[in-house]
Each structure stands twice: as structure tokens, then as C-alpha cells.
Design a protein. Structure first.
Length: 167
């Protein structure tokens, strides 16, 4: 089995869009192994890939950061929002990359405001990822002290969204 760079790019893009956590593909002259959301090695990984002239080329793949939030296996449901502490406040962070929305729809009331009391399991925002609206539920009770992201703004994995003073 031979893979050219175009096929390898397509394979990696397909795997990136899937829920597959581990993948291994072996050919006569190469081995491709991908592991996601697992503790990463301390340095980059070398992957052997056949070149256009059927020689083996080594590609450096940087380590992937392990997820700080647990994986939820049900489709369309994100893992719960992670919380990190900074002083007396706890930050609710984004469990995925997406677009941050404060309300369920345009013109609807927002889920929380500064000064709102929240409880465990209460929806605090929506993250849209790949056309799916994922409600983020609070893992703690307390008072919303600050909303750190503007409505409709793209957010990164692990980015702080809301500061909460725990109850």
C-alpha cells in the first residue's frame, strides 16, 4: 500500500473530523499511528511516509495536548465545561472549539448575566461547532462575576468563558 501526500492529507482531515481516538495504518514500507486525547509524549513524533519516489520520508508531528475535560461518547453532546480556579473565582472554560452564544436564539433572553446565580446543571451558554448547537452546563453553583467573551465570538478549546464566584 502506498499513500501519496494528497491521500495522506485527505486521511488526516477525515480523521480530524471524526470521533476516532486511536488509528493505526500499516503498509509495506510505512506505519501511521495516531492517538488523540491521550497523554502526549514530551517531544514531537516522527512518522514514516512514502515520498513520490517511493523512498521513506520522515514527517515530524508535534505532540497533541491532552483534553482537560472528559470525553462524552454520545453524538452531538460536548463534554461538560471545564472549570479552572484563579484566586477566589472559578473560570468556566470551553470544552471545544466553536462559536460562543449567550442566548438560545437571536432576540431570546441570555442564559446568564453578570450577577446571576447559577446552579449545577444549568445551561450557561451555547457553543456552535460544525452546525451543532451544544449547550454548556455549569459544573458548579455560584454567582457569575464576569462574562469574558462577546456574543458570536469564536473560542478556542480551554479558553475561559465565564468567571464564577463559587457558592
Amino acid at each position: 500500500m502506498n499513500l501519496d501526500h494528497k491521500q495522506l492529507d485527505h486521511l488526516l482531515a477525515t480523521l480530524a473530523d471524526s470521533d476516532i481516538q486511536e488509528f493505526c495504518l500499516e503498509g509495506k514500507d510505512f506505519r501511521l499511528e495516531i492517538k488523540r486525547n491521550l497523554p502526549s509524549p514530551s517531544g514531537p513524533t516522527l512518522v514514516n511516509v512514502p515520498s513520490a519516489s517511493n523512498e521513506i520520508a520522515q514527517v515530524v508531528v508535534p505532540p497533541v495536548a491532552a483534553a482537560s475535560a472528559p470525553v462524552n461518547d454520545s453524538l452531538g453532546t460536548p463534554p461538560p465545561a471545564a472549570a479552572s480556579t484563579k484566586g477566589e473565582f472559578i473560570e468556566i472554560t470551553a470544552p471545544m472549539v466553536g462559536t460562543f452564544y449567550r442566548a438560545p436564539a437571536p432576540g431570546e433572553p441570555v442564559f446568564v448575566e453578570v450577577g446571576s446565580r447559577i446552579s449545577v446543571g444549568q445551561t450557561v451558554c451555547i457553543l456552535e461547532a460544525m452546525k451543532l448547537m451544544n449547550e454548556l452546563e455549569s459544573e458548579l453553583s455560584g454567582e457569575v462575576v464576569e462574562i469574558l467573551v462577546e456574543n458570536g465570538t469564536p473560542v478556542e478549546f480551554g479558553q475561559p468563558l465565564i468567571k464564577v464566584r463559587p457558592a
